[in-house]
Write a protein of this length. Structure first.
Length: 119
């Protein structure tokens, strides 16, 4: 992987992190704003469903933030793009499709092979 690729991934990861942190602030503001009086059961059910979905999305963002921080750490220590299983380099195209991946295609396929679960 060349320096241009590394700059691209660092910029992408930092932009994505910023976006998630902004959404997190909006989520917290929404939670405070939604503490209003509810007039009927339908409104309460709708608000409950909306909050449940918001919490689910917030949790997904939290996990994504963890993956971003991990990838940024790998960029800093020079191991970004290196497969955690076999230590080979991960194809740049794969990283562009999934910038948080930690396994090369071969190791990921081996991990997902159902025959490995039967042993």
């Amino acid at each position: 992987m060349n320096a241009t690729d590394l700059r691209f991934f660092k910029s992408f990861l930092l932009t994505r992190k910023s976006s998630i942190l902004n959404r997190s602030t909006e989520f917290k503001n929404e939670q405070c704003a939604e503490r209003t009086l509810i007039s009927d059961e339908a409104e309460a059910a709708s608000l409950d469903l909306s909050m449940s979905l918001s919490i689910h999305l917030h949790e997904r963002d939290r996990m994504l933030l963890f993956q971003i921080d991990r990838a940024l750490g790998k960029l800093e220590d020079g191991t970004y793009g290196q497969c955690e299983s076999c230590a080979d380099l991960i194809n740049v195209g794969r990283l562009k499709a999934s910038p948080f991946t930690t396994l090369c295609i071969a190791c990921k396929e081996e991990q997902e092979d159902p025959r490995n679960y039967l042993q």
